[in-house]
Write a protein that binds this ligand. Sequence first.
Ligand code: GCU
Length: 355
Amino acid sequence: MYGFLPEPTKVTATVNAENKQALGGKATLKDVTIKFGPEGTPPVGVLFVYPNQRKGKVPTWVAINFCGNHTAIADPAVSLPKSWCQKNCPGVKDEHATEEGRGKQADVWNLEMIIDRGYAIAMYYYGDVDPDKHDFTDGVHPHFLKPGQKQLGKHDWGSIAAWAYGIHRVVDYVLTEDVVDSKRIACVGHSRLGKTVLLAAAMDDRIALAIPHQAGCGGTAPSRVDIDRKDVETIRRINTVFPHWFCDNFVLFNETPDKLPFDQHCLLALCAPRPVLYSNAVEDQWANPDGQFEMLKGAAPVYALLGTTGLEVKERPASRVLLDSKLGYFIRPGKHSMDREDWEIFLDYADKQLK
Ligand code: GCU
C-alpha cells in the first residue's frame, strides 16, 4: 500500500543556531540540519525545543509540519525551508517560504504549552523530504533508486512512506540529544501527516506513542468501505486526487477495496502494545471518525494477545470525552484542523500513557 521503506541510513546533524532564552527564557531552541541517505539526498531542517527547567530527561514529541518550522515560532534563529511550499501556507510566495510566515502557525503548534507541560519537541517540514506533488524527480526518491534503476517501481515507496522515513531519521537525531528520554518519544502529525505518523509508528517501536490526528482514509480510517460513498473518502478517490501518496500497486484495489487482504486495523495492530490516540472533529466526516473507531476495535485483539487492554469501551465516546486507553479516541466539535484544544488532549493523553 505505502511501498517499501528503504533501510535506515546514517544521520549527521549540524546545529545552525541556538537560542537558550526562547519563549521568554523557558526553553532552549536549536535550529538543526540533518543529512542522511546517498550522496545528494536533500538536507532536512529540524527545529528542536526543550524546557530549561527540568528534572532529568524529558519526554519528547517528534512532529511533522505542513508549512515550515519557522511558522511554529516567531524566532529569527529558525531557518526557512528552501524547498517547495504549499501556496496556502502563511507567507508563501511563488511556492517558497518567506519571512512573513514566521510564527504564523504558533496556535497550531502551541510550543509554550508543550514546554510548560514538561515536554520537548523536534519537528521537520515534510516538503524537505518530498515536495507534495505527483513527481518523484524531486525530494528523496531519486537518490534512493537502485543502481541502474531510472524510475520508481510499482511497489516502491510513495510520498507517505518517504515522510515516515523522515520521521525515523528525526528520531535518530533526537536520540543523540542528552535531554531526550529515549523511552518516551511521542509522534504527532495532522491529516496526511497523521497517516504518515501511523505508518512511522507501526514500522519503528522507538516511537512509544502515536497521535495520527484526523488522519482518515489511507491512515486511521478503513479502506474497505462502499466505493460509492460520497460522505467519506474512498481509496479510489484518494488514489485519483493524490496519486503519489501510496505505491502504484495500491490503485489495483480502487474498484474492489473488499479484495484488499488487510485493512487499516492491521497497521494499527503493528503498534501494539504501544498507545495510539485517534483524535477527530465532528465536522470532519471526510476522515470517517466512525470507521476509525471500528479500526480501534479491530486492532484490540492484538493488544489482548500481548497481555494488555487496548480498548476500554465498546461504544465511541461522546464529543469532548477523552478515551485515554492504549487504543485511545477523542472527538471534538469543529473542523479539520489542529489547535490548542487538540494539544491539551494530546498532552493529557501523553501524561496518562507515558508518565
Ligand atoms: C485531503 C485528503 C485527505 C487528507 C487531507 C489533508 O482532504 O482527501 O485524505 O487527510 O487532504 O492532508 O489535509
